[in-house]
Design a binder for this molecule. Structure first.
Ligand SMILES: [Fe+2]
Ligand SMILES: [Fe+2]
Length: 303
């Protein structure tokens, strides 16, 4: 039995003090959004209680699907690194970037520099500079292969969209075929949801191409964030229905309109061709400020 935890979108606060020059443009609007969100029940106390509950659970690995920061100020990435280290050592914690982690052009490489130990593939030599070509990266842990995809591209004002890109999609296809031959349970991490409908300004631009790759090459589980909602979709692949799961923001309180803060645990067992995976959701519920088990369901294999 391998236990994988998934959390997303902590949007760690508070936003550090910034020089006026750093707050011109898109960051200014992001800052206003963040202040508004804090007013609407979003914050560190709710995150801390959720993490206390998570760290009390026996897990083999923790996956974090992006949006650790808010407006990509340099100091926010130090906070992000501290947050990741609080979850566990880099061999037990994997992160991928979200749109807020590459909020402006000048911040495109901050997550690669500050969080490198948590988003390097097994084959990357420590100290090797990472770039967009480093994705997807692969980490093999027991029966599980974790595949980290980046959708992070800087976008214009009021845009929160993402893109995998043709070159990364081709690498992803090859990696998934190879991992299938190795008989591993393939978990793909991607910030933007690859299924479902949403407004173009927050969509994954090449979602259809991503779904085609997953459908053709296969995967056992796709994890995402970005919507700040609990969701379970499927991508059909060679007679199988691959679960695609989203979680609410880990910092969202019990009254958050999009979804109270949660994380998921995946209990993975079985073998190639006969995998089983039970998903447990733990966290808040509307109107209930205690963190506890909220849902259990079998998402792969017979009930
Ligand atoms: Fe987010
Ligand atoms: Fe996002």
């Amino acid at each position: 039995m391998f236990v994988l935890a998934h959390l997303s979108d902590p949007h760690l606060g508070p936003i550090p003090e910034a020089r006026i020059s750093e707050l011109l443009g898109k960051r200014f609007f992001g800052m206003m959004n963040w202040i508004g969100a804090r007013r609407r029940n979003f914050g560190q106390a709710t995150l801390a209680a959720l993490l206390t509950d998570l760290l009390a659970q026996p897990t083999d690995h923790i996956a974090v699907t992006g949006d650790l920061v808010n407006v990509s100020l340099p100091a926010e990435f130090d906070t992000g690194a501290t947050f990741l280290a609080s979850l566990g050592t880099p061999d037990k914690v994997t992160v991928i970037p979200g749109n807020h982690d590459t909020y402006v052009h000048s911040a495109l490489s901050y997550h690669l520099e500050h969080w490198a130990p948590f988003l390097s593939g097994d084959e990357t030599h420590p100290g090797t500079p990472l770039d967009r070509e480093s994705f997807p990266f692969v980490r093999r842990r027991g029966p599980v292969a974790i595949v980290g995809v980046s959708t992070a591209v800087p976008t214009a004002y009021f845009l929160a969209s993402g893109e995998v890109g043709g070159a990364q999609l081709e690498r992803l296809r090859g990696i998934l075929h190879e991992l299938k031959k190795e008989g591993l349970f393939r978990v793909v991490m991607i910030h933007h949801p690859p299924v479902g409908e949403r407004h173009y300004h927050r969509d994954l631009r090449d979602a259809e191409a991503f779904r085609r790759v997953i459908s053709e090459a296969g995967a056992e589980l796709v994890l995402h964030g970005h919507d700040h909602r609990a969701s379970l979709g499927r991508i059909s692949s060679n007679g199988e229905l691959i679960p695609v799961v989203g979680v609410p923001s880990a910092s969202a309180g019990p009254e958050d309109g999009r979804g109270a803060g949660r994380y998921n645990l995946y209990r993975i067992s079985g073998e190639p061709g006969a995998w089983a995976c039970i998903m447990e959701s733990r966290g808040y519920a509307p109107g209930d400020a205690t963190v506890q088990l909220r849902d259990t369901r079998q998402i792969i294999g017979l009930p």
